[in-house]
Design a binder for this molecule. Sequence first.
Ligand SMILES: *Cc1c(COP(=O)(O)O)cnc(C)c1O
Length: 353
Amino acid sequence: MLLSFYPGPAKVYPQVSQYMQEAMQEGILSLNHRSPAFMSLCEATIENCREKLAIPANYTLFFTSSATECWEIIAQSFLQEGDSVLHYYRGAFGEKWADYTEKLCDYASKQVRIFRHEDATSLPTNPTLACFTPNETSNGTAINDSALRKLIKEISPAFVACDVTSSLGGVQLPFKLGDIWFASVQKCLGLPAGMAICIMSPRAVKRAYEIGENARYNSLTNILDNIQKFQTPYTPNILGIYLLNKVMQQVAPIAEVDAMIRRRAKDWYAFLAQYKKYSTHGNFTRSPTVLCVESKPAKIHHLKTEMQNRHIVLGNGYAKGKDNSFRIANFPAITEEEIAVCKANLANLLVSE
Ligand SMILES: *Cc1c(COP(=O)(O)O)cnc(C)c1O
């Protein structure tokens, strides 16, 4: 059995195996997605997510197939002629999102001004929408809540969209600060890939209807009309929704998970700080859920190979960090015992350096 510390697709909760069998036995997978049984599953899933993840009562939740689809939906249905968008990012996922917005608006011949800020100090005034990736999975950097609050204040009253793919389910998110929050389920939520959750504020829902874009299978107005009836425009990932519902029933409230993840992150960073030839990000910019460790390419390669031989999978570096870093997922589905095994093996390999 491999121990996976890959930050996505990541370790799936072991209970998922049982839940998959239950889904088969209950016959839910063969049900029509306009049936009352599906609608009540959809409703229960939304309510369990809301309760366990502490999502405000007046925010709308719906499902898409991926975080990438959410990037596309925002560009297609939430932006219109004359808007300006700020993409504020520190890594590859945030940058890719900006590329999507740019290409889609260009393709639709939509005149939208796009500002890219990589660690900039001053932001353009009055963008229509600001896009953040507060937890950058590619390089383990994070914008902590107080820094995010400050940035959002600077561009207020802009709409705010946050890609929280590698933090939703691991840390408590400040939903009230933003309007659109989304995450794929295969990272911090410990589920099989193929679905994402999107969360929208009342004023974002209102704007989507004002724009009224409805030409696509995944147009926001279509999705929002359907989710009011606990339905979806197209046949959804029913198994994914079923599993999400089960996992949300199983997990502790997010405040408890958050405390555990932050304690584990602190321990991980203290552990890694012992090895001077390897570095991690500073206190204010490091992610609690995705740790990125940098060193010389030869060291990184050796360490990953040796760990692989011991059946422990570390995350590869991503994009620019491919050769000079590895990543460690600090997601809630990973157990204390697995972390102890990983640290013991790392310590054993690093001690000689
Ligand atoms: C993994 C990831 C994505 C892409 O997720 P998909 O499910 O492949 O769409 C997007 N953004 C962030 C921050 C991610 O970590």
